[in-house]
Design a protein around this ligand. Structure first.
Ligand code: FES
Length: 254
């Protein structure tokens, strides 16, 4: 059996900067891929926000989508820290979301197939209903279900407690110019980016960063091939005096 507790070592927090620094708990996934991923600061739970119209497969009854922050290995197990998530649409305008890891031995379960009426594990053929309820096979229990909440403007939010991590942001000086130091525990096989958002409702944008305080700012994404022993530190030049910095995890269909 896999151990979900292995992934619970992290809590997401971002900070505002300007006249004062304060913690507001929030992060965002790559907007172009999956919309926003937030963390509720008080509870340290991750929250994926999806715009349904961005994913045509979820616009039809029995549509099914699998998202992940890392690839799936040849052994059919997830490669990275975070589990792939399967999001399904029912026959009416209702959605469900489940952890795609099979309770039997952790293989990544396939998306829902209306023709057979199940999500099926590729390893030993356990089957699950569209909402993740166990039907048959050696899994003997249902997929972990994540709460899904409909929101305004065609969004849904999915609460995922495991997908959270802590980010510490502090101002530093580089030749009398303020930079921000961003520190967090990064994991291998996950692509991170830094995003900036103002408070006028415009979508967040990717901000370039460097790996040292006094070097140029050449990078827009960080992908580690090995989980480091210590926190990862990035540096950015803040685009404006006020806004919100977010460390983002890119997700994609897997
Ligand atoms: S890992 Fe899914 S049935 Fe064995």
């Amino acid at each position: 059996m896999y151990s979900p507790s292995l992934t619970r070592r992290t809590i997401i927090k971002s900070i505002l900067w300007g006249s004062a620094l304060s913690v507001v708990g929030e992060k965002v996934m790559s907007q172009s891929i999956t919309g926003q991923l937030h963390a509720a600061g008080a509870t340290s739970k991750g929250l994926i926000k999806l715009k349904i119209s961005d994913f045509p497969v979820l616009g039809v009854a029995n549509g099914s989508l699998r998202l992940g922050s890392s690839s799936i290995g040849s052994d059919k197990n997830p490669v990275g820290l975070y589990p792939p998530v399967i999001i399904n649409r029912g026959t009416s305008n209702n959605y469900s979301a489940v952890d795609a890891r099979c309770p039997h031995s952790g293989c990544v379960v396939g998306t829902y197939k209306p023709t057979v009426g199940f999500m099926t594990c590729p390893c030993h053929s356990s089957k699950f209903k569209i909402d993740g309820t166990y039907v048959t096979g050696p899994a003997n229990s249902s997929l972990i279900k994540f709460p899904v909440t409909p929101e305004n403007q065609g969004f849904i939010s999915i609460e995922i407690e495991e997908m959270s991590f802590e980010v510490l942001i502090t101002p530093v000086l580089n030749n009398n110019r303020q930079r921000l130091k961003i520190k967090f525990l990064a994991f291998e096989q996950i692509t991170y980016e830094v995003r900036f958002r103002t408070f006028n409702g415009t979508p967040s944008k990717v901000v370039p960063f460097s790996l040292s305080v006094d070097s140029a700012i050449p990078q827009t994404a960080l992908l580690l091939t090995r989980t480091p022993d210590d926190d990862t530190t990035l540096f950015i030049d803040p685009p404006t005096e006020n806004g919100m910095i977010q460390v983002a995890i890119q997700m994609r269909t897997v």
